[in-house]
Design a protein around this ligand. Structure first.
Ligand code: SF4
Ligand code: SF4
Length: 358
């Protein structure tokens, strides 16, 4: 029995929704049929697809884009009319924030042989998942009424529907009570992490798809097996830390491990795959590739707590605790890309479909 409106939505979706048992491309059509969809997303994942650069020519010889609202004007009704499992590969980016995201996740699951959670938002909630620190009421108030840049003296909030011309109604999809990752709402065949995924990794995955050489469903693809630290050229000198600072408070020396310079870098617990892109330019890793280890949904924040506890100067428990407690914005720092999937409590308010707002 569903306890919340979201659970009820999911129950009804799963009732008629079967995930792909195993991707089967043994009888490929002339060209691989590919879909790319954005749910609660920034669009960066679509752009990352273009980072396969000149390989786009080879890819377009072998595949055709049959659904991609960012690039191709295909209507949802066209997708609904498509045969089930007619799409060979669906790259689904963005988190599940709205009723529309939820319905598209279920629809694309049904229409696709291979469904890939593409990017951090689809894989683990990503940046949109940070909204789970607040209820919907708190979010609405902050976003539309109280941010320093807001000019909304009449206190207008988004409405579920607005008549923009006689007889013409504009509707906004209702928000769900919390942001979810894709695998929390439908079965996902593969997880391709990163915010956004690296072009090199994307091309390797596409080659594997075209060659029919993917690992078993449920696997992580497009990422390494070690950690960002292992790919990072900065030197570890076993220095202890007396205080953690925000990146803008430190002038990095360009040679030493950022953690040892007091900047919280998630490299020790983040899976490799990006070639340590951020520490390579003296910025701390924020964990967009997710937690290192075999579990595609491991908890990065929990792994990092152990690392951080070992860094302060030796002292009594209280002194060490005070160094760790002073980490700025611990949730936003340690769970930046995976709060929606973490074990931390999430702020759950009523679904907006129950209230006045969308
Ligand atoms: S994973 Fe990053 S690039 Fe992709 S939609 Fe989310 S925020 Fe944007
Ligand atoms: S260094 Fe970390 S935050 Fe930067 S791209 Fe790599 S995994 Fe993502």
């Amino acid at each position: 029995m569903a306890d919340t409106p979201l659970e009820s939505d999911l129950e009804s979706l799963h009732a008629g929704d079967t995930a792909a048992d195993a991707p089967d491309l043994s009888s490929p059509a002339a060209k691989l049929k590919v879909a790319m969809y954005w749910a609660a997303s920034c669009g960066g994942c679509e752009i990352s697809f273009l980072e396969i650069h000149h390989h786009l020519a080879a890819f377009s010889d072998a595949a055709e884009l049959v659904f991609c609202p960012c690039l191709v004007d295909t209507k949802y009704s066209d997708l609904e009319a498509t045969d089930d499992r007619a799409i060979d590969l669906c790259l689904f980016n963005g988190a599940i924030r709205t009723q529309e995201n939820l319905r598209m996740a279920a629809l694309l699951r049904r229409k696709s042989k291979i469904l890939v959670a593409y990017g951090a938002c689809a894989s683990s909630g990503g940046i949109p998942g940070l909204a789970n620190t607040s209820t919907l009421d708190e979010l609405m108030e902050r976003v539309y009424l109280t941010t320093p840049s807001t000019d909304n003296s009449e206190g207008v909030l988004p409405r579920p529907s607005t008549e923009i011309a006689p007889g013409v109604e504009l509707q906004l999809p209702p928000l769900l009570p919390t942001v979810r990752s894709l695998h929390k709402v439908v079965e996902v065949d593969y997880t391709l992490p990163g915010c956004p995924p690296e072009g090199k990794q994307v091309w390797m995955v596409l080659q594997a798809v075209l060659a029919g050489d993917l690992p078993p469903p449920g696997s992580l693809i497009g990422a390494g097996r070690s950690t960002v630290c292992d790919e990072c050229a900065l030197e570890k000198r076993d220095r202890r830390v007396s205080r953690f600072r925000r990146p803008q408070e430190v002038v990095p020396d360009g040679e030493t491990c950022l953690l040892e310079q007091g900047v919280v870098c998630l490299g020790p617990a983040t899976r490799s795959g990006c070639e340590a892109r951020c520490p390579g330019v003296n910025m701390p890793c924020r964990g967009c590739y997710g937690a290192a280890g075999a579990d595609p949904c491991g908890d990065l924040g929990l792994k990092m707590v152990g690392v951080l506890g070992s860094l302060p100067e030796p002292g009594d428990e209280q002194e060490i605790q005070s160094v760790v407690d002073a980490i700025p914005d611990p949730v936003g720092t340690l769970e930046r890309f995976a709060l929606a999937d973490s074990r931390l409590p999430q702020a759950v308010g009523p679904s907006s479909s129950e209230g006045e707002r969308p």
